[in-house]
Design a protein around this ligand. Structure first.
Ligand SMILES: *[C@@H]1O[C@H](CO)[C@@H](O)[C@H](O)[C@H]1NC(C)=O
Ligand SMILES: *[C@@H]1O[C@H](CO)[C@@H](O)[C@H](O)[C@H]1NC(C)=O
Ligand SMILES: *[C@@H]1O[C@H](CO)[C@@H](O)[C@H](O)[C@H]1NC(C)=O
Ligand SMILES: *[C@@H]1O[C@H](CO)[C@@H](O)[C@H](O)[C@H]1NC(C)=O
Ligand SMILES: *[C@@H]1O[C@H](CO)[C@@H](O)[C@H](O)[C@H]1NC(C)=O
Ligand SMILES: *[C@@H]1O[C@H](CO)[C@@H](O)[C@H](O)[C@H]1NC(C)=O
Length: 742
């Protein structure tokens, strides 16, 4: 069913750890996964002759399905996962404890300037706490990182404990090889601090379980709960009470979103338990404000809380009897609704504080999921196998299952959040997920449809329950279409309403939202002109990214046409297919690029009157004389988002056949792709480049796709902690080695 093309230097191909996969036909060969939104169209025919993918949904949903004979089954794929990949140099990967798509992501926070996911793999950065919520691989402002816990080995007195972030910092132990003494595996994280306190974390969906082990002889083990310091230090309206008998802390605050204008509320419920002894009452307790713990206080109202002060609870507990090490478990429930809901879900999910049980359950969930993709590892370097399963692991950290935690409306539908941006994931994560985790994909789709029903448009970018900024098109459309084209027959069983799904797509396509920076599209102009012009300003949103928005709307409409076709809505299918051709409206055939003889014609910004403006094709590339970035910015009037005109001139996933014609035929198309790679116009760190290694397929040269994608993986991805080229949101590329044949 799946096969990979091959051509080029066989020896170097072998040396890269790969085998020819012609010999392993029914298997998914190592690193070969069918994915990508472009699988909606296969072959190079005109877009009217689209063929469906032939995904075998049953095979992909049966864990432990029999392997072709002789191929060993990987039963504990978690052991092949290295969660620390991408935890330095801006990868922003979260390496802490979570279940697949868990709301709770319990992990270490550090004082690293790159601590978007809290952690930094460089041991020079201090630990500032262990918080409960994170995202992974994102840009924007630091998301989440709420409700940090912190252990104190010894303060001279309760009142002298240095409780602020700046004062309580502690370094990790460093191993002989220079790495920090941290360990992580799916569902579990541990570290040894330089003060000899060991910290371990595990998680269920909405509850974290921490274990703090103080060294033998500790007389006053102390634990701090921090209510106010999220990653951005943005809290307002804090509230907190503590119970002097049980040490239960309930609290919450309002915090700033990461990549949008909104704010969200989060709440926590914290309980303590001794390991092997009854903790009894705390010997000391109190609210701390800044660096002043106030012994005997139980309520925030008993101290003078000011704007952006730091605040929380501090306890001293009796040590374990006998003078040996003291271990204290801390169960931390979190809710976006209320502290009492956080208490209820914590009690439900972890009633007995059984750390090993929670850890084992979490790992079992990961093994079930990761084991659905079995690879033939014979003759393959272990590094390659680890890179594969680690990358697969990271595709299941976000989005997060916040079902039951949506503060905006009550619904019986699932609610997934931390979509961060569909723009980041529609090309890669969801097409992959559709192969081995269609049940979760169906839930995410249901959640998106439910959001559309309540907010009017499908979500695009969303974190911590609030809308974030749109980056390009309305890219829930390809995600819903990906699901529907592949699983139309199973949709009802999976509780996805075809009618609601189609209505949600039509809202994106036809209705202009009040603010297209946050949802939907600038639909009126799109319908009227067939492109987003460079020179028209309206109150409903920014006039930026005109060319990239045009290209994405064309692709988005193509995906809608595929759903219409599947539903037998012939007229609609024709209409949206027509709109899918609008990419041609921003193609200026006369543009050339310095150093690229034969590279003629580029996507360019266009005015409402039909004439073109000019943006240097090198704009936003490493060869840009102006050194522009094309990041999200209202003042950015050049027409492109996170990609050069050269990159966006390859972005017509729905109709590469026409693109090849525009670019002068297959030979010149291949020459252009080679130029893009050889001159480093390919941008491994940003999303719009992600489909390029595979485009040779459409010029009937699949072997070159294989070669190019192997090169990209070898050059930019490895298993070290700096093994990602930038934020991990741009595509989890080692999985995108996509070759598909019907
Ligand atoms: C770690 O904390 C110590 C003490 O506050 C400080 O001197 C040091 O600069 C911190 N390290 C970093 C990388 O900020
Ligand atoms: C921390 O120390 C304990 C024993 O003291 C050891 O078992 C563990 O491997 C160390 N490292 C981590 C990351 O937990
Ligand atoms: C959801 O239902 C609960 C219980 O009836 C109610 O207290 C709450 O206000 C509702 N929430 C919303 C956002 O409507
Ligand atoms: C088209 O519009 C642009 C920008 O508004 C303007 O500079 C240009 O002169 C116009 N061209 C024609 C032919 O009207
Ligand atoms: C044409 O493009 C340039 C460069 O991006 C931009 O500065 C200028 O405002 C555009 N012209 C119009 C009339 O919008
Ligand atoms: C690993 O990948 C990173 C990011 O692309 C790169 O900077 C680094 O050189 C690579 N390391 C090795 C040993 O290949």
């Amino acid at each position: 069913m799946f096969e990979v093309g091959f051509e080029g230097d066989l020896e170097s191909y072998k040396r890269s750890g790969q085998k020819r996969s012609r010999s392993q036909k029914p298997m998914i060969g190592i690193g070969i996964i069918v994915a990508s939104a472009v699988t909606l169209v296969c072959g190079q025919g005109p877009i009217t002759t689209v063929s469906r993918t032939t995904v075998q949904t049953t095979a992909s949903t049966i864990p432990g399905a029999p392997q072709p004979s002789g191929i060993p089954t990987i039963t504990d794929p978690s052991s092949l996962v290295i969660p620390f990949i991408g935890t330095t140099n801006g990868g922003h990967v979260f390496p802490g404890a979570t279940i697949p798509h868990g709301m709770i992501k319990a992990g270490m926070d550090t004082d690293s300037p790159g601590n978007h996911a809290g952690y930094d793999g460089d041991p020079k950065f201090n630990v500032t706490g262990f918080s409960q919520l994170h995202d992974s691989g994102t840009g924007g402002s630091i998301p989440l990182s709420n409700f940090k816990l912190f252990p104190f080995l010894q303060c001279s007195t309760f009142e002298k404990c240095p409780t602020t972030i700046a004062n309580r910092k502690v370094l990790r132990r460093v191993l002989p090889d220079g790495s920090p003494d941290d360990f992580a595996s799916p569902g579990y994280f541990s570290t040894n601090l330089t003060n000899s306190i060991r910290v371990e974390l595990t998680a269920t969906r909405r509850t974290a379980l921490h274990r703090y082990t103080f060294p033998a002889g500790t007389t006053n083990p102390r634990l701090l709960v921090d209510i106010t310091n999220d990653g951005q230090r943005s809290s307002t309206e804090p509230q907190m009470t503590l119970d002097p008998n049980t040490a239960r802390v309930q609290g919450g605050a309002s915090f700033a979103a990461s990549f949008g204008p909104g704010r969200y509320k989060a709440f926590t419920c914290v309980d303590f338990k001794g390991v092997g002894y009854d903790l009894g009452k705390p010997t000391e307790y109190g609210v701390w404000l800044s660096n002043f713990p106030v012994r005997g206080t139980t309520d925030l109202l008993q101290v003078y809380y000011g704007f952006i002060s730091e605040m929380g609870a501090l306890f001293t507990f009796p040590p374990a009897p006998g003078g040996g090490p003291t271990s204290i478990l801390v169960r931390v429930g979190v809710s976006f609704i209320s502290a009492s809901q956080a208490c209820a879900s914590a009690q439900e999910e972890i009633p007995d504080f059984d750390f090993e049980k929670v850890r084992a359950n979490s790992r079992a969930q990961w093994n079930d999921l990761l084991g659905r993709i079995q690879v033939d590892t014979r003759g393959v370097e272990e590094e390659t196998v680890k890179l594969f399963y680690s990358s697969l692991y990271r595709t299941h950290i976000s989005p997060a299952d916040y079902t039951g935690e949506n503060p905006k409306w009550n619904s019986t539908e699932p609610y997934y959040d931390s979509l961060y941006c569909n723009w980041d994931t529609y090309r890669t994560l969801y097409p992959l997920m559709s192969l081995h985790d269609p049940v979760t994909l169906a839930k995410i789709v249901r959640g998106m449809i439910d959001i559309q029903k309540h907010e009017g448009w499908l979500p695009e970018c969303r974190g911590a329950t609030v809308m974030h900024f749109i980056q390009g098109g309305s890219n829930a459309d390809p995600i819903l279409a990906e699901f529907f084209v592949k699983f139309q027959k199973q949709a009802e069983t999976l509780q996805v309403s075809a009618t609601d799904l189609y209505d949600a797509l039509l809202a994106d396509a036809e209705l202009q939202p009040p603010n297209w920076n946050l949802q939907g599209r600038q639909a009126d102009l799109w319908k009227e002109l067939g492109y987003i012009p460079h020179d028209m300003f309206f109150a409903g949103g920014a006039n930026t990214k005109q060319v990239s928005r045009t290209l994405e709307h064309a692709f988005n409409d193509f995906t809608i046409s595929q759903v219409a076709r599947a539903l037998g809505k012939t007229e609609d299918a024709r209409k949206y297919l027509q709109r899918a051709r609008n990419f041609i409206n921003v193609w200026n055939p006369d543009i050339t690029v310095p150093g690229g003889p034969g590279v003629v014609g580029m996507m360019q910004p266009r005015f409402a009157n039909g004439t073109f403006n000019f943006t240097d094709p090198r704009h936003c590339s490493i060869h840009d004389p102006a050194r522009a970035t094309c990041f999200l910015n209202a003042a950015n009037r050049d027409g492109f988002y996170e990609g050069s005109p050269i990159v966006y001139s390859q972005y017509v996933p729905q109709d590469t056949a026409t693109l090849i014609e525009l670019q002068g035929g297959p030979e010149s198309f291949i020459a252009r792709l080679n130029f893009i790679f050889d001159q480093d116009y390919f941008e491994s760190t940003n999303e719009p480049s992600q489909q390029m290694p595979f485009m040779y397929h459409y010029a009937n040269r699949p072997g070159l796709s294989t070669q190019r994608s192997r090169q990209v993986i070898a050059q930019f991805f490895n298993t070290s902690k700096n093994g990602l080229p930038g934020n991990d949101d741009s595509g989890k590329q080692p999985l995108l080695n996509t070759i598909h044949r019907n």
